[in-house]
Design a protein around this ligand. Structure first.
Ligand SMILES: [Zn+2]
Length: 133
């Protein structure tokens, strides 16, 4: 099932095979994918790869995610953009949020991927992880 023009429901399936919860597709996944469509444009219409979407609490624990992870809530995606370093992607997203051109509420900058989420919050949560991955 296509969620928005460039994102498919299957891409958000948990790493253990659990499908993205159907009850959240309209209320959570679609708004998340709309933000990802904007990120795609901001990054020069490059391909956005989803490296982690939905996570069951068990799977989240297994991969060392934080206890209250937005991935469990179906509101987060870890992404990689073809031909663009992850730190640059995080910087571009941060700039767009600062300019109020993007409604993302969580940005995690990692060396090899970027976390984005649409948690219910007034202010942006931004973190920079100084590790190799
Ligand atoms: Zn994440």
């Amino acid at each position: 099932m296509q969620v928005t023009s460039h994102f498919n429901l299957e891409e958000f399936r948990c790493g253990d095979g659990t499908p993205y919860p159907a009850a959240w597709v309209t209320s959570r996944l679609r708004p998340l994918c709309e933000q990802l469509e904007l990120i795609r444009i901001i990054c020069g219409n490059r391909n956005v790869m989803i490296t982690s979407g939905y996570r069951t609490p068990e799977y989240n624990r297994k991969v060392g995610g934080v206890k209250n992870s937005q991935h469990i809530e179906g509101r987060a995606a870890d992404i990689k953009i073809e031909g663009m370093p992850a730190r640059t992607v995080a910087q571009k997203i941060l700039e767009a949020v600062s300019a109020k051109n993007l409604g993302v509420k969580g940005i995690g900058s990692y060396a090899s991927f970027t976390h984005v989420d649409i948690r219910p919050a007034e202010r942006l949560a931004y973190w920079f992880v100084k590790s190799k991955t």
